[in-house]
Ligand binder design. Structure first.
Ligand code: GLU
Length: 403
């Protein structure tokens, strides 16, 4: 989503949250925009690290490797991280990183060189009490491991808390690999309880870390996954897909579309499919003013960042569709990143059950607070979530004497 959209949204929020022009200015101004060019095989890859706001704690947010990364988008994502950490009530600010690269064109060795180059370029600005990256689109635990190693070589001491989403052997946390999806499932379960919602048919767009794990977790909980998709397209079966089988097919052939007993469908068709719950789990701006009116789901669980445009949001609200917004729905990832950081800082590691229980507690509390603040209001649930988040950021800024 463009940063212009973000600013527009802040403006619409202003009267509802009683924001002054000075407060809006603080909220929309990133602290630092770091840029670099990473060199690999004679080619240059533009790279960014945007540190948006650290009033509530060190900057925090993932690094994405994607051909469509651009500074404007990284800025929006860094802004959202600022709000996401506030919603999840964890002591971090917001930041985000990106490299304009198609990682699918690189071999393992090249990927390692690029990951290390990223850290060398921004090492002065990173650290467990400064700015803490994590995985995002097309980055993973192995990349975090190379980045940690490069950072520790640069500074000359161990600092596992400088990055999260690491493999367990290097100080990662149990549950981090499925945390985004699991956090989303906890939020969905709370919403279902509040609405006494009976619908079980789910369509999931995107089959990366978030989408795939959501499919598995929701199927285990008795939901029927009727459609899933990846960048190549989707597959649909009204009776429900065999999720384990789809995962196998994806692993073996590269696309869920090769699942043989379903009907093929496009990503676009999946979004407007007759289902009860829609879970966009891929890239941003997929629900737009063009298709929002055709969305048939009654609940949208945003596991992706920014999947719904502001225009589409208005249409969904008008059509009585509950959107569980990204900064709440996918906050499970950064929440377990926080747990990972806590474990790194204390050098004491928790059991799986403890991480799961703490994640459930955090997500349930966040949802409960937002729901009670929203009940009876005319505006949508996303607006209530944003109001809550910006107020928390501003409260910290006020105590610091910045507003
Ligand atoms: N990239 C994830 C997100 O957008 C995780 C960020 C983190 O763990 O710092 O929320």
């Amino acid at each position: 989503m463009t940063f212009n959209h973000v600013v527009q949204f802040l403006q619409t929020l202003a009267p509802l949250a009683h924001l002054t022009p000075a407060e809006i200015s603080i909220l929309k101004t990133p602290h630092h925009l770091h840029q670099a060019e990473l060199h690999l095989n004679g080619k240059k890859y533009p790279a960014f690290r945007i540190q948006f706001n650290n009033a509530r704690g060190p900057y925090k947010g993932g690094i994405r490797f994607h051909p469509e990364v651009n500074e404007d988008e990284v800025k929006s994502l860094a802004f959202w991280m600022t709000l996401k950490t506030a919603v999840a009530d964890i002591p971090f600010g917001g930041g985000k990183g990106g490299v304009i690269v198609d990682p699918k064109t690189l071999n393992e060795k090249e990927l390692q060189v690029l990951s290390r180059a990223y850290v060398r370029a921004f090492a002065d600005h990173l650290g467990s009490n400064i700015d803490i990256p994590a995985p995002d689109v097309y980055t993973n635990g192995q990349i975090m491991a190379w980045m940690l190693d490069e950072y520790e070589q640069q500074v000359g001491y161990h600092d596992p808390g400088m990055i999260t989403g690491k493999p367990l052997e290097l100080g990662g946390s149990l549950v981090r690999d499925i945390a985004t999806a699991l956090g989303g499932v906890f939020v969905l379960e709370e919403a279902v309880k509040k609405l006494k919602f009976k619908g079980k048919r789910i369509a999931i767009q995107g089959f990366g870390n978030a989408g795939m794990n959501a499919a598995k977790l929701l199927a285990q909980r008795g939901f029927t996954i009727i459609a899933v998709s990846d960048s190549k397209g989707g597959v649909f079966d009204a009776k429900g897909l065999n999720v384990d089988e789809v995962v196998k097919i994806k692993d073996n052939t590269g696309s869920v579309q090769n699942y043989s007993s379903g009907k093929k469908m496009s990503n676009e068709e999946l979004l407007t499919l007759d289902c009860d719950i829609l879970v966009p789990s891929a890239l941003s701006e997929v629900i737009t003013e063009k298709n929002a009116d055709a969305v048939k789901a009654k609940i949208v669980l945003e596991l992706a960042n920014g999947p719904t445009t502001p225009e589409a949001d208005k249409i969904l609200h008008r059509n009585n569709i509950l959107v569980l917004p990204d900064i709440l729905a996918n906050a499970g990832g950064v929440t377990v990143s926080y747990f990972e950081w806590v474990q790194n800082q204390s050098g004491y590691y928790w059991k799986e059950e403890e991480v799961r229980a703490r994640l459930r507690e955090k997500m349930t509390e966040a949802f409960g607070k937002l729901w009670s603040a929203w009940e009876g209001k005319k505006y949508d649930f996303r607006t209530a979530t944003y109001i809550h988040a910006v107020k928390k950021v501003l409260a910290a800024e006020r105590l610091r004497g910045k507003v």
